[in-house]
Write a protein that binds this ligand. Structure first.
Ligand code: ZN
Length: 88
């Protein structure tokens, strides 16, 4: 797994690295990022399988919880159970 570092080349758009992708994760799944921020995150996900897995898990998790929230609050530990289930 290679860490994506901020692009140093002049003229390059600022690259989102793993730490920045992580910071934007919640906003991404909540659709709260600007289109530019989303595009930057997408660009990182295209080149980083590690973050791609994390984001996919988070979106999957949100869908499950949202569905459960219609009738009950997600119990503590649910997140961990799903994470293990999905192998993350
Ligand atoms: Zn990454």
């Amino acid at each position: 797994m290679t860490m994506q570092r901020t692009g140093a080349a002049a003229g390059m758009p600022p690259m989102v690295d793993c730490a920045e992708a992580e910071r934007r994760l919640q906003g991404f799944v909540d659709r709260e990022l600007t289109p530019v921020e989303v595009a930057e995150v997408q660009m990182h996900l295209d080149s980083c399988a590690n973050c791609r897995g994390r984001f996919r898990f988070e979106e999957h998790f949100r869908r499950i919880v949202r569905r459960r929230d219609e009738t009950e609050t997600a119990p503590a530990g649910l997140r961990e159970r799903i994470r293990r289930l999905l192998g993350y």
